[in-house]
Design a protein. Structure first.
Length: 72
């Protein structure tokens, strides 16, 4: 299992769309790099290995992402 905690946190709406393709969680007016594909790709890889990814986030408190990774 891999645990990562960082950032300012995200609201419920952003977390619910985090794994959607092309979703960036920022307005189109703000300058931001990326295509919004990263988390969608991560979810597909984790799912292909029949593992799980969990996101817990609260604004002003940070975000925790828990990824269950395969091992032998």
């Amino acid at each position: 299992m891999f645990l990562y905690h960082s950032g300012n946190g995200m609201g419920e709406y952003i977390v619910s769309h985090l794994f959607d393709r092309y979703y960036r969680g920022t307005s189109t007016e703000s300058c931001s790099e990326g295509t919004g594909l990263g988390m969608a790709i991560v979810q597909q890889i984790i799912t292909a290995y029949e593992r799980s990814i969990e996101v817990n986030s609260e604004p002003e408190s940070g975000t925790t992402i828990v990824v269950e990774l395969p091992y032998d």
